[in-house]
Design a protein around this ligand. Structure first.
Ligand SMILES: Cc1ncc(COP(=O)(O)O)c(C=O)c1O
Length: 422
């Protein structure tokens, strides 16, 4: 452990991160004590949380709060987490999407609708876990580089905790995401560069400000565990069983790998009967480093310069790219990409068929699922879950050119009838 990490680490007996016991390096499995560190100094690979789960029953989870804290025994958070101010995300809807399934000519689709989280994206899940762990390590300031949704979640969670926040975003971000961060009154900085520039800057800042908890840098091993709760909820909402296929949007790739880890852990602790889940990744063609590597059959993810309307997914050098490829290969899945036009069609198809307005990342998921069914990469006879991870109100500019009132009419019935062709 570095001196900096030691300064942020209470004595081991005071540290309560639930059933989490150690950090383990992803490449060679080197073990080290729990600390705010994200790279193994032994093999330079990312660190991941390891647990000693003990006994966990469905009944105790079902008796828990209606938030991700019902799964606290499967997360690196203190046992008292549900009694401390945080954002209480999770327990979002899992909808049977029969209209969408019919439109695509497939048997069964479920939508995991994470637009219902406190700041309207799945990022509330990862930030809530990061905040809980950061508090245990003695931090008092939450920070992040972000493509938008994380900025919203970090600024909101810091305010709720009574902490300061420092949030760095590319200056080209959608206006809604900038306002939805600024309103919480932390320090929001718009950086003159793309996300990869912002991320590099944050990594440098994390080295200089060791008392800042950068949720997706020095606290990343804890933060990323929050994405497992998507898998936990899907399984519980299906009646404690796993789906056969799932489509997950990819930016850094963390979510996809952790959804897989979540399904596996449910099997390990006996909460579900283990069964294979084909994990598929979705990208936009204008930022498709992982799908390009997948299609070229290599495990080397070459960085790209992003150019897409799916700005929340615009990470040209995804930290977990190689682990996404590994997960997808192991589970028999694929990684695909779609054009920006298809992203808009995906948003509109979901809205038209299921009444859900997703942000561009959701359009990426739906459009990729359509493409994967059409090409036979997804099995139309298997039960499929689509992760809709953010709200369309955040990316209105993607659809403003394409939708609007049918007509502007005078306030009388004849005008309405005429406009509707009645
Ligand atoms: C709405 C939305 N979905 C999915 C993702 C992908 O997350 P990850 O970086 O874990 O791959 C992001 C990332 O910012 C996002 O904002």
């Amino acid at each position: 452990m570095t001196a900096a990490a030691q300064a942020q680490t209470p004595s081991r007996s005071a540290l309560d991160l639930g059933q989490a016991v150690e950090l383990v390096s992803k490449e060679e499995g080197h073990r080290q004590p729990l600390a705010p560190e994200f790279v193994s100094l032994e093999d330079f690979s990312p660190l991941e949380v390891a647990y000693d789960f003990g006994r966990i029953t469905r009944a105790e989870i079902e008796a828990g709060p209606r938030s991700i804290w019902r799964y606290k025994k499967l997360l690196p958070v203190p046992s008292s987490v549900d009694r401390i101010a945080n954002t209480e995300p999770g327990c979002t809807r899992l909808l049977r999407a029969d209209n969408l399934a019919k439109a695509l000519g497939v048997k069964q689709i479920w939508i995991k609708d994470d637009t219902g989280n406190p700041t309207h994206s799945f990022k509330d899940r990862v930030v809530a876990v990061a905040l809980a762990a950061a508090r245990e390590f003695g931090f008092k300031l939450l920070a992040c580089p972000s493509t938008g949704n994380l900025a919203n979640a970090v600024a909101s969670a810091a305010s709720r905790a009574g902490w300061d926040s420092v949030v760095l975003v590319p200056k080209t971000l959608e206006q809604a995401k900038i306002m939805m961060t600024a309103v919480y009154d932390g320090s929001l900085l718009a950086v003159d560069g793309n996300y990869d520039d912002v991320n590099r800057l944050a990594t440098e800042l994390a080295g200089e400000h060791e008392d800042w908890a950068f949720v997706n840098v020095n606290v990343r091993p804890y933060y990323s565990e929050g994405s497992k709760t998507l898998a936990f909820e899907v399984a519980e909402q299906l009646g404690w069983r796993l789906p056969e296929q799932i489509v997950v949007p990819i930016a850094s790739g963390s979510q996809l790998t952790k959804v897989h880890k979540g399904f596996n852990e449910l099997g390990e602790v006996g909460l579900v009967e283990p069964s294979p889940v084909r994990i598929c990744g979705a990208q936009a063609a204008g930022c498709s480093p992982v799908s390009t590597a997948f299609k070229e059959g290599t495990d080397v993810v070459q960085p790209q310069r992003p150019e897409t309307i799916a700005r929340s997914l615009a990470i040209g050098a995804p930290a977990d790219g190689p682990y996404v490829l590994d997960t997808v290969h192991k589970t028999g899945g694929v990684v695909e990409d779609v054009t920006d036009e298809e992203v808009v069609e995906g948003i509109r198809l979901l809205a038209r068929t299921e009444g859900i307005f997703a942000e561009t990342a959701g359009g990426v998921t739906v459009a990729n699922a359509k493409k994967m069914f059409e090409s036979g990469q997804l099995d139309p006879d298997q039960e499929t879950v689509l992760l809709i991870t953010g709200d369309g109100l955040k990316t209105m500019d993607a659809v403003t050119e394409h939708v609007g009132p049918k007509a502007t009419v005078a306030p009388n019935t004849e005008a309405v009838d005429a406009a509707l062709g009645l």
